[in-house]
Design a protein around this ligand. Structure first.
Ligand code: TUI
Length: 315
């Protein structure tokens, strides 16, 4: 059994977070992950306050284990979502795409555990000073909004820079990734792409099929020039976005709006022409739909074998 201080800190059995993916991570997926002993996370990004409250009530019907809500700090609803997590006494708040400076004091005072996702050492340090109880170091292999560093380079540097526990994210899809993350000094992992094909994940079947068929080189990052790089599967939309990104009369706001609409079209409608299918670089090893509990069990059984077996190379 792999047990780290993240398990004790948050009251979970396996040190794994399921990424709070916009238009993907609802109460169904998050509830299944929490029931399986990981930390299921509901995405706050695509919800206003009341829609999020509904998802929180739903997850409480599915599980009585700890769960989290992801507050996407660039969301137009960030203020209301930040308030609802307090009112609903959400056990863990994971933040993304910015610094949680505006909200973290209130969250901590109200007993919520705050775990920001960070793309650099400097931001990890700031989050620790503000009162975060852990951070997720997310490398650019991940799907969605990405930082510049790789998971391999970022994780050990963040581990050395802060005293709070660090989870690694980006490019982790099986037990080999979990074992590697632990060797880099992480106390757990956050996994997104692998859970896109969980049985309990409610995204459109077309999305699941695209992820199941994707190979290592099938993702691309758009939006770098405009400051919000996002990784997803290559598609008609990403080709259009690449052209627009470099056209002079297209603003960052228009680009962003187009991106968010396209994420919904992918996840909810499976629209192959107009959808933006967020996905990480690990897609090539995601090739089986299975229940979240099985994904987690297999991942940690494999990691455990690898970690035990590693001693054979030491003379
Ligand atoms: O947030 C994510 N991944 C996401 S959010 C999303 S929805 C969306 N994204 C972009 C445009 C429109 C909609 C899809 N995927 N991951 C966590 C993450 N946070 N990655 C990087 C960061 C991050 C970046 C900068 C965290 C803090 C930060 O602070 C610097 C600053 O200047 O605010």
């Amino acid at each position: 059994m792999i047990h780290t201080e993240i398990c004790d800190l948050l009251g979970i059995e396996y040190p794994i977070f399921q990424g709070g993916m916009a238009w993907v991570s609802d109460a169904s997926l998050a509830g299944a992950v929490s029931n399986a002993g990981g930390l299921g996370i509901i995405a706050g990004m695509n919800s206003n306050g009341e829609q999020l409250r509904e998802q929180i009530r739903k997850i409480r019907e599915i599980t009585n284990k700890p769960y989290g809500v992801n507050v996407m700090l660039m969301s137009p609803y960030a203020d209301e979502v930040a308030q609802v997590v307090v009112e609903e006494k959400v056990p863990v708040v994971v933040t993304g795409a910015g610094l949680p400076s505006k909200y973290i004091k209130t969250w901590v005072e109200n007993g919520l555990k705050v775990v920001p996702v960070v793309p650099s050492v400097a931001i990890a340090r700031m989050c620790e000073r503000m009162g975060a109880c852990a951070v997720v170091a997310e490398g650019g292999e991940s799907g969605g909004h990405v930082g510049d560093l790789t998971t391999m380079a970022l994780t050990p540097q963040v581990v050395d820079a802060v005293k709070i526990p660090v989870l690694a994210a980006g490019g982790i899809g099986d037990g080999r990734g979990v074992a590697a993350a632990l060797m880099l000094g992480a106390k757990g992992v956050q996994v997104g792409t692998r859970f896109l094909v969980a049985t309990e994940c409610t995204i459109h079947e077309n999305y699941k099929q695209r992820v199941l068929k994707a190979k290592d080189i099938d993702t691309i990052v758009t939006g770098r020039r405009l400051g919000h790089p996002v990784r997803g599967l290559k598609s008609p939309v990403t080709r259009r976005m690449q052209d627009l990104e470099y056209s002079a009369d297209f603003t960052a706001e228009e680009f962003e709006k187009m991106g968010v609409g396209a994420m919904r079209k992918a996840a909810r409608e499976g629209d192959e022409q107009n959808g933006s299918f967020m996905c990480g670089q690990i897609a090539g090893l995601v090739n089986k739909e299975q229940p979240a509990a099985e994904i987690i069990r297999e991942m940690f059984a494999q990691a455990e074998e690898l970690l035990k077996g590693a001693a054979q190379w030491v003379r």
